[in-house]
Design a protein around this ligand. Structure first.
Ligand code: ZN
Ligand code: ZN
Length: 418
């Protein structure tokens, strides 16, 4: 595989999967020029000069690169507290490997919602790490004893220096939350993440607690709005989700225990929901051997069963649903399994939309990624099979993803893919 900067490539014989239209059109062509999509259509391709490389996909699907809006490439273990004691260089190296594996599964953009920072995003931009484009929020903001406080109850000290590779920063009171928000924004964060309820991977909180006071949440929302960014919140229960949405949080992570009252608020505020079902399936199956502490094991079952019901309810009501996986440690290689789980509740086309056009809208990149529109970035995946007919095609990337392009460059190609 040779890599040229921005080659002009004409794909022919493609099944073009357009997530916005919800269609797959066989016998189609698509032109990539200067890293962008320069045109596409059905039937015979336009005449091009000798300088254009023509690639016959022989019926394979060509679709926008996938977007995962909830990843933690720096999470080398399900024991998130372990990161505080690790070397930043070890964590960065782990993250590089994790990001590369995501790219090979067809993900060309991912959103890091705790742990990843500006250094990792820059390494991807400069090509030091061959991974998906990284949208990061820096460290998640958490109250003492909250989901971003990974100390065991007997531990007092909490070293949250900026160079420590932990996933959370502990703050109390609106002044500290505001400062922490500004610290993340100062490094170029694309969003801010705040803990609105207890979680699975934190040792001392409860799933059904609410976290961060109203004035703390308001301070963070105000800072995000001032910087033209948005706040996303970790929350499970309707009580925690609704509180966040009413206070201006624009996106909710997980949401497994929501009810009809939450659905109304999602619609009223045009907010996004990022379910992360595969992580509960995998934590249940293999959390212990991936470092999940016993106190966290018991929490998994509570949220596992209700997650599918929440997804069904949100889908039927027309909530903006976005793809997320939230896997930790060695479980990250199950990322694409989320497609199969969602396919049990949603039509394939809606699952594809969650990982393309809906995710792009959440990231503020609508029309730029997650689409085949002219002028969009040529982030593309070549897939054997038709994901609209069978969504599980995307769940076996090692068998079905033939090539991955980011900004028009082939970043991964299997078996001399042409
Ligand atoms: Zn979370
Ligand atoms: Zn997470």
């Amino acid at each position: 595989m040779t890599r040229q900067p921005h080659p002009t490539v004409l794909f022919v014989g493609a099944g073009l999967l357009d997530p916005e239209a919800g269609t797959r059109t066989p016998d189609s062509w698509l032109l990539v020029e200067d890293g962008l999509i320069a045109g596409s259509g059905r039937g015979p391709a336009p005449e091009t000069g000798d300088a254009v490389e023509v690639v016959d996909l022989a019926g394979a699907t060509l679709m926008p690169g996938l977007i995962d809006a909830h990843v933690h490439p720096t999470a080398f273990s399900a024991d998130l507290g372990a990161a505080m004691d690790e070397s930043p260089s070890y964590v960065a190296t782990y993250a590089a490997r994790s990001l590369n594996a995501m790219l090979r599964r067809g993900f060309t953009t991912v959103r890091d919602v705790a742990g990843g920072d500006w250094g990792l995003a820059r390494a991807v931009d400069e090509g030091l790490v061959d991974g998906p484009r990284l949208m990061f929020g820096g460290k998640a903001l958490s109250q003492t004893g909250g989901h971003g406080d990974f100390r065991a109850p007997g531990r007092q000290g909490n070293d949250t220096h900026a160079c420590c590779p932990g996933a959370g920063v502990v703050c109390d009171g609106p002044v500290e939350f505001r400062r922490a928000a500004r610290e993340q924004l100062r490094t170029g964060a694309h969003h801010l993440k705040i803990m609105l309820s207890g979680g699975v991977a934190s040792p001392t909180d409860r799933i059904d607690s609410t976290q961060s006071s109203e004035d703390e949440i308001r301070a963070v929302v105000e800072e995000a709005e001032a910087a033209n960014r948005y706040v996303t919140g970790h929350a499970y229960t309707a009580r925690a989700v609704n509180r966040g949405l009413r206070l201006g949080v624009r996106c909710i992570e997980h949401g497994n225990l929501i009810d009809e009252s939450s659905i109304e608020l999602f619609l009223e505020h045009d907010a996004h929901l990022v379910p992360t079902l595969v992580t509960y399936q995998e934590l249940s199956r293999q959390g212990a051997r991936n470092g999940l502490p016993p106190a966290s094991q018991a929490k998994v079952d509570t949220v596992l069963n209700r997650g599918l019901d929440a997804l069904r309810m949100a889908h039927e009501a027309g909530v903006n649903l976005v793809f997320g996986s939230d896997l930790l440690g060695g479980m990250q290689d199950r990322q694409s399994e989320e497609f199969t789980i969602r396919g049990r509740v949603q039509p394939a086309v809606d699952v594809v939309r969650a990982a393309t056009v809906n995710a792009a809208r959440l990231l503020g990149l609508e029309g730029t990624i997650g689409t085949l529109r002219d002028g969009a970035r040529a982030d593309l995946v070549v897939v054997d099979g038709d994901p609209l007919a069978d969504i599980t095609v995307l769940a076996s990337p090692e068998a079905n993803v033939r090539a991955v392009l980011r900004d028009g460059e082939v970043r991964y190609g299997r078996d001399g893919w042409r």
